[in-house]
Structure formats: C-alpha cells, structure tokens
Design a protein around this ligand. Structure first.
Ligand SMILES: Cc1ncc(COP(=O)(O)O)c(C=O)c1O
Length: 432
C-alpha cells in the first residue's frame, strides 16, 4: 500500500539517526546562550524586496537564495522576512541543536527539520494541519486548548474524523489506533490544559510511528526550556509564542517545526497561500523577548514550585495539580521528560466555584500583584477560570469528563517573587 506521506520513510530514518536522544534536555547554559544569541537584525518593516535584475527575481521565485537566506524569503514578506527568519533560526536551535550537531557529525547534506513562524499559535496549528490533511483522514486529539478543540471540530465539516482521547492513558491511545486505519496524525498538549496532566511523549511516539501517523506536540506550556519533544520522538512541534517566548504579553505569534520535506514543500505552499505570516515587528519583538526566556522561566518555575507546596498545604485548597509535586499522578514522568514542574498551577478552593470566584475577583483589583486574565507565560501572574473562559467552547459534558470542573482555578506564575505572590494568595483565600 502507498504511504500516506511519501516522505515518511526518509523522515523516520533521519528522526532516529539525529532527533531522538537519551538526553532529554539541552544544557541550561547553552540554552541561555542560544536564547541571548547575537545577530538580532534591525526591523525590516517592509512588504516587498527589490531584485537586482529580472534574472535575480526569477531565480528567487525558483527558490534560489544567493545570499544564503531561506529559499523564497526575500521576495515578499508573506513568504518570509529577515526578522521572521531570524526568529525561526533561534527556535530551531532551541528545539533542534542536537539534531544539527548529529547531522553535521554524520556529514548529512539534506536538512532534517524545517521551521515557520506564524501570526498566532492558532495559525501555526491550523496551517500545519491544513497543509497535509485530506478528506477521509482521521486525527486523534488529546485534551487541548479550547480554540484548538473547536478548530478540530470545524475540520469535521470537510470529512475529517476527529477522535478525542485521554492521551494520558496509553491504552486509550492504542485502542483508537487499533480501531481506525485512517488516522494520519495525533495532536496533544503536555502538560495538558488546565488539568496539567502529562502525556508520555516517548511511549505515544512508538504508537503513532507504528501506525504511520504524524505525532504533533503543542509545546506551548513548556517552551523548549522545559521540554524538547523531538528528543522524545515527536514529528512536529508547535508553539504559541504568545506565551513563554514573548513572556510579556506584548504580541500574538506561533511557530511550527517538523520534517523538512513536508515543511519545504506542502507546508510552504499552505503558508504562502493562506497567509498566516507574522509582521516583521512582531518577529523582531519576539526575537528580543526570547533573549531572556531561559532566566525568566527558571525564576517562574522556582516560584511556581514553592507556591504549589504552599497551596498544597493551605487549609482552603481542596485539590491542586502541579506536575512537580510528588503528589501529582505524573510526577515520575515529569522528572523524566521535563526540566522541572513548570510555571502553571491549577487548584480548587474550598467552597467551589463561588469561593474561586471571590479569589479571582480579588486579583481583578489593581492593587494586587496578579491580573485576572487568560493567557500565560508572562512576567505578570495571571489567574483565570477555565470553565467560563479558556475552555468555555468545549461542550460542557466533555469538559467535565476531562476533569475541567466549574471550580477549577488556573494560575500562571510570573516573576513577581514567591513571598509577594504567597502573601497575596493567602490574603485572597482568607476572604472566603
Ligand atoms: C496550548 C496552547 N496552544 C495554542 C494556543 C493558541 O495560541 P495563540 O493564542 O497564540 O493563537 C494557546 C492559547 O492560549 C494555548 O494555550
């Protein structure tokens, strides 16, 4: 039988040769050095690029790049731009430095991974999937962000079957693949949102690979700082750069990285034709903000861990989810695949929804160190109510089935410092 993706075999060969590793993290100092990098270009705030002559223009339309830039990236900004290209390069190094090293050591001449930066995380998800999907295909989807969930439901209009599973349970994942022979991809988030349960990337990649399905990991909650999914067997890695990469809630953007043969052909055409391109300014801004991502995230994760311990022991907290706590059901997996427990905490307040609402309304006040806001990963801490906000588009029955009860409160920890946040939370909880 013909392969669903004609580049599948060559990708899998390269994936095992260069991408999957026993070492799951990049050394932290090297990570920070790549982030802070050199060579940030000035803002190229322009839509088009002049050609030297007609032959130069024609050659660039054929994908030639006489100055070594990405093919097609100096024609028209919808196709590529120096600022977008620079950000792609930094993200590529953060997720794939080991792939570059391994491929160079093996004298590999063909690139392994391609990268695109998008105008939003949703543009990255939708374009990456639209680039390969065909009527009659099926996609397996874990517990994902509300708009990703509704995009998947939208695809059903075009004859794409969507199978939602609890991707934290390997037997459920295996069962769905055993039942359907038209699955071409699986998409998940780990930790998932907002329940912060983890999916075993390495184990799931074995199932997807055996079924010739692309394994797509939305790495937004971790950023490459906490988790590098290619090392664990992912085929495509997605980011909403809006979160930890920007880190200041100053821009909306996204990124996708994956098999070069797909990214340089079909996905390039989808990118060019759908037009999900970011502005040069946003790419420049994200290239600037990424410079301190490692040290920001280190501080956020340390504070989150201490806050999680504090909340776990707090008499007004009835339940807490934080993968870095020993009480979390996926603590061992967290130790195995993440650098630390991350910067997100989810909890339930004694007294349920009403008590949670009182706490969140306290943080809506301007004299508190947090904001009542969706989004995450910023230097500012955000508190929000998933059931009525980020996950309100997920049908209620499914939402409850996924453990997203009305009383859940989600906290994205910023850089305000442990004692400030602890005291504010303690005071906010005392109002109940
Ligand atoms: C895990 C995850 N993926 C994707 C997105 C979408 O990203 P954006 O808002 O940049 O489109 C979000 C947004 O919250 C998210 O949390």
């Amino acid at each position: 039988m013909a392969k669903r993706f004609e580049w599948w075999d060559s990708w899998i060969e390269k994936k095992h040769k260069y991408a999957t590793t026993d070492e799951v993290q990049m050394n932290e100092d090297i990570f920070n050095a790549v982030c802070s990098g050199t060579g940030l270009p000035n803002i190229s705030q322009k839509s088009t690029f002049k050609f030297n002559d007609v032959a130069d223009g024609a050659n660039r339309f054929l994908g030639m790049s006489p100055s070594g830039e990405k093919p097609f990236a100096r024609i028209y900004t919808r196709l590529g731009n120096p600022n977008t290209e620079y950000l792609e390069k930094v993200l590529f190094q953060l997720e794939c430095q080991h792939i570059i090293d391994n491929a160079l050591a093996a004298d590999e001449t063909e690139p392994t991974i391609g990268a695109f930066v998008f105008a939003s995380g949703m543009a990255a998800i939708s374009t990456t999937i639209m680039g390969f999907i065909q009527p009659g295909d099926a996609i397996v989807v874990g517990n994902v962000y509300g708009c990703t969930d509704s995009f998947m439901r939208y695809l059903q209009k075009f004859g794409i079957a969507i199978h939602f599973v609890d991707a934290t349970k390997l037997d459920e994942v295996q069962a769905v693949f055993d039942k359907h022979d038209n699955i071409c991809a699986m998409l998940l988030e780990t930790p998932d949102n907002p329940t912060l349960n983890l999916c075993d990337i390495k184990a799931i990649s074995k199932i997807t690979e055996a079924n010739e399905a692309l394994f797509i990991v939305d790495n937004t909650f971790c950023s490459p700082y906490l988790q590098q999914p290619f090392r664990l067997g992912a085929d495509i890695v997605i980011h909403s750069l809006t979160k930890y990469v920007n880190g200041h809630s100053a821009s909306i953007a996204g990124a996708a990285l994956g098999p070069y043969e797909y990214f340089s052909n079909e996905l390039f055409f989808a990118y060019k034709d759908f037009g999900p391109t970011p502005s040069p300014f946003d790419s420049w801004l994200n290239s600037l903000c990424i410079q301190d991502m490692g040290i920001r995230m280190e501080a956020q994760c340390k504070t989150a861990y201490k806050l999680a311990q504090f909340l776990e022991a707090h008499p007004k907290i009835t339940k807490i989810w934080y993968p870095g706590l020993e009480s979390h059901p996926h603590y061992t997996l967290c130790k195995k695949q993440m650098r630390s427990g991350g910067g997100m905490i989810t909890f339930e307040v004694e007294g349920g929804l009403e008590a949670g609402e009182r706490l969140m309304n306290f943080f809506a006040r301007p004299d508190t160190p947090m904001e009542l806001a969706v989004s995450l990963g910023s230097v500012i801490s955000y508190i929000e109510h998933p059931a009525s906000m980020t996950h309100s588009v997920v049908p209620e029955e499914e939402r409850l089935q996924r453990g997203i009860s009305n009383s859940l409160v989600r906290l994205s920890v910023g850089t305000e410092g442990f004692t400030v946040l602890r005291d504010a939370l303690d005071y906010g909880l005392s109002l109940n």
